[in-house]
Design a protein around this ligand. Structure first.
Ligand SMILES: Nc1ncnc2c1ncn2[C@@H]1O[C@H](COP(=O)(O)OP(=O)(O)O)[C@@H](O)[C@H]1O
Ligand SMILES: N[C@@H](CCOP(=O)(O)O)C(=O)O
Length: 303
């Protein structure tokens, strides 16, 4: 059997939660990180290029490398020595699943170099265990919009229909918010009223995404499990939301743990929503990059 010496994996950004779907739903977006692994003999080398390259660790603590090691630990083999080339397109610690790209990229690349001993399902389970929640890693691996729920034996993954006329707009500010910090502000228990609120709104969101029924989408993008506690970590949140809705968005939510904000709109209003969110944040003293990003449907791809 010939030994595979190099593999390149491209992994999409993801937007998790979509408002009321805390820790269980996420969608892949057309914005990517690319990871090339090459076997070589003389110890670990990590080279990083692209957006905010200087912020990524280039030693053994690198998350991508940690995921690669995890794969070999799981299959009980000694990992090969590798050179890793990282091309960053997904900004770090902004709520667009950069950590999920690293976890998925490291596991998928490791699996290929090892001769593909694990199934996609096994890779997915390892990725969920590493990240601690499924809503980024699942769409990063599989693409599209995905709901993950535990079953008696593991995970059930459900492909969520996303109507083609619903357009995501992401507003990415120039400051970071680590997911661990944004999880620390959350309460460990919630009231029955808040649980009922989210159950109803999440159901409405799923139907709204499938049908593009405007009044359902407008009502659905509300949450009581995480957003009320996190909004204070994102200066200008209310102003950007008001501007996005006034410009024609159905609503606005925090992308993942933030600080990126996600608006959903239709094609006609996309440009107005982009401009409104950019200006509202500018007036609050925050520079941002605001873009309409279509859904990615492929997930992680081996190039
Ligand atoms: N391409 C990468 N290679 C290595 N580590 C990465 C990469 N992308 C992200 N990380 C790690 O993940 C951290 C960001 O994770 P997190 O706080 O969960 O934010 P995000 O919302 O971007 O996933 C970074 O600070 C870095 O440690
Ligand atoms: N459900 C998680 C999602 C975190 O996404 P990220 O892109 O910020 O890593 C949470 O809300 O904490």
């Amino acid at each position: 059997m010939s030994v595979i010496s190099t593999v390149t994996v491209k992994v999409p950004a993801t937007t998790a939660n979509l408002g009321p779907g805390f820790d269980c739903i996420g969608a892949a977006l057309k914005l990517y990180n690319e990871f090339k692994f090459t076997r070589h003999e003389s110890g670990l080398i990590i080279q990083v290029s692209g957006t905010e390259a200087e912020k990524v660790q280039t030693d053994e603590s690198n998350l991508l490398y940690q995921a690669f090691l995890k794969l070999y630990e799981f299959i009980e083999q000694t990992p090969p020595s590798v050179k890793i080339e990282i091309k960053l397109g997904v900004p770090l610690a902004r709520g667009l699943g950069s950590s999920a790209t690293a976890i998925v990229g490291g596991l998928v690349a490791g699996n290929v170099l090892a001769g593909s001993p694990l199934s996609e399902l096994q890779v997915m389970e390892l990725a969920i265990a590493m990240e601690g929640h499924p809503d980024n890693v699942v769409p990063a691996l599989l693409g599209g919009c995905r709901l993950a729920a535990t079953s008696r034996t593991g995970w059930e993954i459900c492909d969520i229909t996303w109507h083609r006329d619903i357009f995501p707009v992401v507003a990415i500010p120039d400051f970071e918010l680590s997911t661990s910090e944004a999880r620390r502000v959350l309460p460990t228990e919630v009231s029955r009223g808040d649980a009922i609120f989210n159950t109803a709104h999440f159901g409405l969101l799923l139907r709204g995404l499938a049908t593009n029924r405007e009044e359902w989408l407008r009502a659905a993008l509300q949450d009581k499990l995480h957003q009320p506690y996190r909004q204070a970590l994102i200066p200008g949140y209310d102003a950007v939301e008001t501007a996005a809705v006034a410009a024609g968005a159905y609503g606005m939510v925090i992308s993942g743990a933030g600080p990126t904000l996600l608006a959903l709109t239709d094609e006609l209003h996309t440009q107005a929503v982009v401009t409104a969110m950019t200006n509202a944040w500018k007036q609050a003293g925050i520079t941002s990059v605001v873009r309409s990003l279509p859904l990615d449907i492929q997930g992680a791809v081996i190039l």
